[in-house]
Design a protein around this ligand. Structure first.
Ligand code: AMP
Length: 549
């Protein structure tokens, strides 16, 4: 390669194992703290995680796994799950995380679609796996992620293996193999609001590049001085890449296990001096309820990324009152997941606080590595004027090209600009490139040919002091096709009338966009990833206005 066309740099593939070996060499004693499923607080560090991941890689090979095989996990955020992440990908296997909160039939469908060879799972999920096992003919080995002392004396699973025993049987003399960075590293299924879930198969290259981008100052701004608690589960798009970004910067990781209620999270935030966390809005609502009701304060927690669904401005304000800066982010499973984050630019420094808030409430600007645009039905780009709402498309090295087990590519041809991934979201872009999601395309309310944003209406309702959570869905209407219907769960002990809630919209939104009616519910349904289940609500309330006449 003496040609002047080529650079003269080392040919080193971007492999996930390099993140771990870097952390083990340069942040060896930086802690990995877990609240394990068994109940104890376990303390490890990057060097130990790397040693144990090597043993696990040996064990998986001894069990007969071959390059490219999928190893499924049904597990919470703990050090053992982190070891599995690195042992599988590092040894050229594919880490397939499955959401234990899905319906059992869905879990079985996903494990079979992925053809998982091995299934590793947490102790409290043993009954679930025992129930599922007859439907998983492909799984050759079941591994319980615990030690001998916690193994059941008998189990319906034949040849159930003990995680710690598997590791203890190996010597750890294992060199991480070097292979093509385009090889598959991990597999995550999308929530699948319609039809079957679909698998997004990430590569080593896409994962390492995403980890770099996530760490940048205008993204998650992670550094070695941070103490990071990924509240987003490791089965939801790899905890938004935090297990990789943490290794890249060599920071302390705090893994909360299965307990994600406000009190349990707060306890870890304080005892482990957490500075940064990330999760979906509902999680922070629980945490803030606890902090407020107990008159607590955060002593080290200063920054959080909120995404997965639109962050209500009222929640942002609440966290900010407690000294926590909220970074609103947008992404999706098909995008590894990070696409954009709301961060102000220098030119915004002099803006009044309300205008700064307005920008920070948007889903923000694309990070390098992702390009986004809005297009019309004919896939023609729309103007970036903050007004035109269109289909949001994306492209980049960590955006999906096609789904696992599917031959057809989902990409669309944007006029004159090549192939892009259609996200299924509806958004506006302003002249500075601040993107705002106005809806999922299937959730938008189409009223007499005009579109009404369900997210905007939900955010307004959530700003009412009596409202705990709000959802807005399209209800069939004889004249306007669809009209917005507001469903509300009130805070404990709070009360408000239908009329008072509807008049709360006055001056906050155009009159014709105000919901037609309010339904008070005891609880709103959520999906397995903690988002409002609009599908369930639409099915139940679609005919509400027609029935009411
Ligand atoms: P998932 O693949 O489960 O992470 O879901 C991705 C979808 O969640 C996106 O396509 C959006 O519809 C939604 N989403 C993610 N982040 C946000 C956000 N900040 N605001 C509004 N919707 C979001």
């Amino acid at each position: 390669m003496n040609s002047p066309l080529y650079g003269r740099m080392m040919q080193m593939p971007l492999l996930i194992s390099s993140l771990l070996t870097h952390a083990a060499r340069h942040a060896a004693d930086t802690e990995i703290v877990s609240r394990r499923v068994e109940g104890d607080i376990h303390r490890s560090n990057w060097a130990r995680v790397e040693q144990r991941a090597r043993r696990l890689a040996q064990a998986l090979r001894r069990l007969g796994c071959e390059s490219g095989d999928r190893v499924g996990t049904l597990a919470w955020n703990t050090d053992r799950h982190l070891e599995i992440y690195y042992a599988t990908s590092g040894s050229q296997l594919v880490c397939h995380t499955i959401n234990p909160r899905l319906f059992p039939q869905q879990i079985a469908w996903i494990a079979n679609d992925a053809a998982d060879e091995v299934l590793c799972f947490d102790l409290n999920l043993l009954p679930l796996v025992e129930q599922l096992a007859p439907q998983l003919p492909q799984v050759r080995h079941f591994v319980l992620m615990t030690d001998r002392a916690h193994m059941p004396t008998q189990s319906a699973l034949p040849g159930l293996l003990c995680y710690e025993e598997l590791l203890a049987a190996e010597d750890g003399h294992y060199a991480w193999p070097v292979f093509d960075e385009q090889c598959a590293s991990s597999l995550c299924y999308t929530s699948g609001t319609t039809g079957h879930p679909k698998g997004a198969l990430y590569s080593h290259r896409s994962t390492v590049l995403h980890a770099y981008a996530a760490a940048l100052p205008d993204a998650m701004a992670c550094s070695a001085s941070d103490v990071v608690l990924p509240a987003v589960p490791m089965f939801h798009v790899n905890a938004w890449g935090l297990p990789y970004t943490a290794a890249l910067v060599g920071c302390k990781l705090v893994l909360p296990g299965p307990k994600l209620d406000g009190a349990s999270l707060y306890e870890l935030f304080e005892s482990e001096k957490v500075t940064f966390s990330a999760g979906v809005p509902t999680l922070w609502m629980g945490l803030m309820e606890h902090v407020r009701s107990q008159s607590l304060e955060f002593s080290t927690f200063r920054r959080t990324v909120i995404g997965g669904s639109a962050c209500p401005p009222a929640l942002m304000r609440a966290l900010e009152e407690y000294g926590v800066h909220v970074i609103h982010a947008w992404g999706m499973t098909e995008m590894s997941p990070l696409g954009s984050l709301a961060r102000l630019q220098p030119k915004h420094a002099a803006l009044p606080a309300a205008e700064k808030h307005r920008l920070l409430e948007k889903q923000g600007k694309a990070i390098y590595g992702v390009d986004i645009d809005v297009v019309n039905d004919a896939h023609e780009p729309l103007p970036w004027d903050g007004e035109h709402a269109g289909h949001l498309v994306a492209r980049g090295p960590w955006v999906i090209e096609r789904y696992w087990n599917e031959d057809d590519s989902p990409l669309v041809d944007v006029k004159g600009r090549g192939a892009w991934f259609p996200t299924g979201d509806v958004a506006t872009m302003d002249p500075d490139g601040f993107m705002q999601i106005t809806d999922r395309s299937k959730d938008v309310i189409k009223s007499g040919g005009e579109w009404i944003s369900s997210i905007e209406l939900e955010c307004i309702a959530m700003a009412h002091p009596a409202v705990k959570e709000a959802a807005v869905v399209a209800a069939t209407h004889p004249t306007w096709d669809e009209r917005p219907l507001l469903l509300v769960q009130l805070k404990a002990g709070a009360s408000v009338t239908r009329e008072a809630l509807l008049s709360f919209y006055k001056g906050r939104i155009a009159h014709w966009q105000t919901p037609d009616d309010v339904v008070f519910v005891d609880e709103l349904p959520h999906t397995a990833t903690g988002k409002l289940s609009k599908l369930t609500l639409r099915a139940k309330y679609k005919d509400w206005l027609v029935r009411k006449g």
